[in-house]
Design a protein around this ligand. Structure first.
Ligand SMILES: NC(=O)c1ccc[n+]([C@@H]2O[C@H](COP(=O)([O-])OP(=O)(O)OC[C@H]3O[C@@H](n4cnc5c(N)ncnc54)[C@H](O)[C@@H]3O)[C@@H](O)[C@H]2O)c1
Length: 388
């Protein structure tokens, strides 16, 4: 079995989630290649050394360019904010490294297009690129796509997708990088709206063809955060001056899909009480399916082809070995959680690289999401319909 030597940039939230996946994936799945956690990059020497030790990386560096220049790195895993995705990904692909890049692919459509061009050139040399829309790999979501593709919902009429969080409801919450356009690209729209855009296109197999949206920034100034965008402690933040919030707190939009369905989307980090409330429901002529990330082992299915006396939503526990990804985990009914999606992502990427095929979602798929984000922003500015 070949070894794939990973170099990862960033070691906070996603860096930890991806580390967990790289550590676990070959223990759970039988794969053509084995991931080796070779080199981790961060900007602070002491912190990156501590992260390497805690997360299980062989070596560490304070410059991501070391990942590109070293011959003993095969894949670059980008877990930084969007402002560095394009530069790191394009450099890695040009150097012949496979790339896994976190979502959203970039901060602008222009950057995303450059990344797709770099991925297309690299593919000719057998180098692979993939974007981290992880929720596709929740077994219930993959299963939802399978049921829809099998025609179990008939012709699709509606998609209703929301992603609701509440971590910035306090106006004294500091100006972290996710609230700055130059670092994050956009606010709730690109951070969590991107997930429900990708999930909608993934489960329905249809593309979003036009949108009309609005965005709102409820809190326009916040206490400054530290230089690297991390939150300051409450007392420290109170002493400092305030800075401008340059992204949306909430984004809502309606859309048309290529197969004739219509869709509504809501992404907000101001939904008091909702912690990580991603829900999607699809209604078709033969039935409906509903998924809720806070109950991620379950799928609700209404099969309208059953006799009237038996109609009703039923709960499918998506933990059978025949369900996607689950044969390698625990006995039926022994639930999985948030982190498993990242292991499934690592599995699919290693399998594609080992078999010489293209992993999904591709950079081109992620550009498709970026175009929708851009269209929603344009629509919010003009108040009109934006065709894609
Ligand atoms: N797939 C998912 O479900 C999911 C979930 C959360 C975040 N994300 C995405 O992952 C990315 C990172 O988000 P996060 O939540 O981990 O953020 P984070 O703030 O927790 O971590 C970002 C890390 O990047 C480092 N960093 C920033 N700029 C850097 C640079 N120029 N060079 C080296 N290191 C740098 C920071 O020091 C930190 O370690 C974002 O694109 C975000 O949208 C994806």
């Amino acid at each position: 079995m070949g070894e794939l030597r990973i170099g990862m940039v960033g070691y906070a939230f996603m860096g930890e989630a991806h580390s967990q996946a790289w550590r676990t994936v070959n223990r759970v799945y039988d794969l053509p290649v084995r991931a080796r956690m070779s080199l981790i990059a961060g900007r602070d020497k002491a912190n990156v050394a501590a992260a390497a030790d805690r997360l299980g990386w062989d070596e560490h560096t304070t410059d991501w360019r070391d990942l590109i220049s070293r011959d003993d790195i095969d894949l670059v895993d980008i877990c930084t904010p969007g402002d560095s995705h394009a530069e790191i990904a394009c450099a890695a692909l040009a150097a012949g490294k496979h790339v896994l890049c976190e979502k959203p692919l970039a901060n602008t459509v222009e950057e995303a297009r450059a990344m797709v061009a770099a991925a297309d050139t690299a593919r000719e040399r057998g180098v692979r690129a993939m974007c981290g829309f992880t929720y596709r790999r929740v077994p219930a979501v993959t299963f939802m796509r399978r049921l829809i593709a099998d025609g179990r919902l008939g012709d699709l009429r509606h998609v209703r997708a929301v992603y609701l969080q509440d971590w910035i409801t306090d106006p004294e919450f500091p100006l972290v990088w996710r609230l700055q356009k130059d670092k994050a690209g956009s606010g709730a729209l690109g951070d969590i709206g991107a997930h429900i855009i990708d999930m909608t296109q993934f489960v329905t197999g249809q593309a979003i063809t036009g949108v009309s949206g609005l965005t709102e920034t409820f809190v326009r100034e916040r206490p400054l955060a530290s230089a690297d965008g991390a939150a300051l402690g409450a007392a420290k933040a109170a002493e400092t001056s305030k800075g401008q919030v340059t992204v949306d707190d909430a984004a809502l939009f309606i859309a048309r899909l290529s197969g004739g369905a219509v869709a509504t989307f809501e992404a907000t980090r101001m939904a008091t009480g909702r912690k990580n409330g991603l829900r999607i429901e699809v209604n078709g002529t033969k039935g409906s399916l509903a998924f809720d990330l806070e109950r991620l082992n379950e799928l609700e299915f209404y099969d309208a082809t059953l006799p009237g006396t038996e109609l009703g939503f039923r709960r499918i526990l998506v933990t059978e070995p025949e369900h996607p990804y689950l044969s390698a985990w625990w006995p039926t009914g022994h639930l999985i959680g948030y982190e498993h999606g990242f292991t499934h992502q690592a599995r699919d990427l290693l399998e594609a690289i080992g078999n010489g095929t293209d992993p999904l979602p591709s950079f081109a798929d992620a550009l498709g999401v970026q175009l929708v984000l851009d269209a929603v922003e344009k629509s919010a500015e003009t108040g009109g319909w934006v065709q894609l």
